[in-house]
Ligand binder design. Structure first.
Ligand code: NAG
Ligand code: NAG
Length: 324
């Protein structure tokens, strides 16, 4: 059943159950599409979008539609009103952009004119912008990941299993979503996150930088009737995600400085999720290959001043880089 159909069904049910007397007065005259209101108890703004005063969902970048379940295409640089993905298709992202919902920059050229926080009125110098792929968010970072656990892929029978991960430095929050064949199965919100970076040194050809987002809180929700979430024939993680996943959670990636264009090796760890992955697939964590991107000015690249300095990297090790 379509998500919208499910919502309408729930709404109708809620109306009928909560107001049996009103229901006698022709409920059919109510225009249900106009009364879709996210303040109603059965209505959910997916991705933990906020329900605004008008009763409309405010969706995070990359999602739209009445319930924040439709991926957006075009590019993150296009702001809030991007084209929604058509059912059953993949997004064709604009040049220089990638990811299931086109949130990840891939080239410096894609970042020309990107609106940076606090500089909306000042036109950023296009020459000074870069697509930073280090994965440690300066303002807001986005990643696209391929899940690599062997038995998970075997279970998926050839369908790609992917994750999207993004973090906002100012609010110290992150979002994590799991997709099968580019259809979102569940989403998580992580809070009270701190990012730490550490670098190994000693190899002349470069070093491995690891970035960890450590988050105190996490909550996850299944998308009703999607794979893993009640679709017929698949396991249903609805209760598990709602009741068991509590945190702390961490998302850790290792990137080689000499090969910045190859995917980072990443893991997602959370006590209940780890136990499930271990019981079902025999692995310690969910493992992924990820590509990150964030449009910033060159001068905003973390460690820009002393990028070549090994001491600086040592000094940065395990010092939280986000200010509170
Ligand atoms: C969109 O796709 C879903 C799942 O494949 C399907 O259930 C739904 O009917 C489709 N909606 C529209 C508007 O085509
Ligand atoms: C994910 O897999 C696809 C298909 O094999 C590949 O083209 C893409 O580069 C991979 N992305 C990452 C981040 O590993």
């Amino acid at each position: 059943m379509a998500p919208l159909g499910v919502i309408l069904h729930h709404l109708l049910l809620a109306l009928v159950l909560s107001a049996p007397i009103l229901a006698l007065q022709s409920p059919a005259t109510r225009d249900l599409t106009k009364s879709l209101n996210c303040h109603l108890p059965q209505f959910t703004c997916a991705q933990y979008g906020v329900c605004d005063v008008q009763g409309e969902c405010e969706c995070p970048a990359g999602w739209g539609g009445v319930d924040c379940l439709s991926p957006q295409c075009d590019s993150l640089a296009d702001g809030p009103n991007r084209r929604l993905r058509e059912n059953g298709t993949s997004c064709e992202c604009k040049d220089g952009w990638g990811g299931i919902n086109c949130n990840v920059c891939k080239t410096d050229a894609a970042c020309a004119g990107f609106p940076l926080p606090g500089s909306e009125k000042v036109h950023p110098d296009p020459e000074g912008m870069t697509c930073y792929k280090g994965g440690d968010a300066v303002f807001g970072m986005h990643q696209i990941c391929n899940v690599t656990n062997r038995l998970v892929l075997q279970e998926a029978k050839g369908r790609p299993v992917q994750a999207t991960f993004s973090c906002d430095a100012r609010s110290e929050t992150c979002g994590f979503q799991l997709w099968i064949a580019e259809v979102e199965s569940f989403y998580c919100a992580l809070e009270e996150c701190v990012v730490k970076t550490a670098s190994t040194s000693g190899y002349e050809e470069g070093f491995v930088k690891s970035t960890t987002y450590a988050c105190e809180q996490i909550k996850c929700s299944c998308v009703h009737e999607r794979i893993l979430c009640g679709e017929s024939g698949s396991v249903d993680l609805t209760e598990f995600l709602r009741e068991e996943i509590k945190g702390p959670a961490s998302f850790t990636c290792s990137r080689s400085s000499s090969d910045s264009n190859s995917a980072a090796k990443c893991t997602f760890a959370e006590p209940a999720a780890d136990e499930l992955i271990s019981d079902m697939f025999g692995d310690d964590h969910i493992t992924m290959g990820c590509e990150a991107g964030e449009c910033i000015k060159y001068s905003q690249i973390p460690g820009y001043q002393q990028r070549a300095s090994e001491d600086y990297n040592k000094q940065r090790a395990f010092a939280p880089t986000w200010r509170i």
